[in-house]
Design a binder for this molecule. Structure first.
Ligand code: FES
Length: 204
């Protein structure tokens, strides 16, 4: 099952990624190369996105990483199938991962999911133009800026139906909407500025 996306029947690092893989492997003691399996799978998935427009890990790619690390394929596959950061089937150019865990749910993740569906995204499938795949995931560690989504390598936070719609429309136009808080917060600072230690910081 490939959903029409290109399949890698053979895989090899680009020159740049070969150097990066060697750098990563060298971080671990001799005989412990298998410890590099997660960053190498991530690197391979990124190379797949650059080469095919779909960031996923076909079997030949997992086999390639396992061979390089001298580990059985099944052990590399166990890692790839355990973490949702690895895709075992093709995804769209933009993988939209909506957090649906309690803090995001209480802050309106249903509206974010609705914004995605209103733009034609469906869970687990690639849109006809090849641009989007929608997933619902568990906590992505940005609860202070709930509700939020991860799209490829970026987080978009403090979302509303309107801002999520605007982000999807910008991506479809080929633009790169700014990641982070969509209401102007700096990281997870309080909305409206600091609320404590004001005397200490001279803000009052
Ligand atoms: S609950 Fe959504 S980021 Fe933690």
């Amino acid at each position: 099952m490939t959903d029409g996306a290109p399949v890698a029947t053979a895989f090899a690092w680009t020159a740049e990624n070969a150097a990066e893989a060697a750098r990563i492997i060298a971080l671990y003691p001799a005989g412990r190369q298998a410890s590099a399996v997660m960053p190498l799978l991530w690197l391979a998935q990124g190379q797949m996105r650059d080469a095919t427009g779909s960031a996923w890990l076909p079997v030949p790619v997992i086999e390639f990483v396992a061979r390089q690390l001298g580990m059985p394929y099944i052990r590399a596959y166990e890692v790839a199938s355990f973490y949702t950061m690895y895709n075992l089937k093709p995804v769209g150019r933009f993988h939209v991962q909506v957090c649906g865990t309690t803090p995001c749910q209480l802050r309106g993740s249903d509206e974010i999911m609705r914004a995605c569906k209103d733009k034609g995204l469906k869970k687990g499938t690639i849109t006809e133009d090849g641009l989007f795949t929608l997933s619902e995931v568990e906590c992505l560690g940005a609860c202070a800026n709930a509700p939020m989504v991860q799209i490829n390598d970026d987080n978009y936070e403090d979302l509303t139906h309107a801002s999520m719609t605007a982000i999807l429309e910008a991506l479809a136009r080929g633009e790169s909407p700014a990641p982070g808080s969509q209401i102007g917060r700096t990281a997870s600072c309080p909305e409206g500025g600091p609320t404590s230690l004001l005397e200490m910081t001279g803000a009052r």
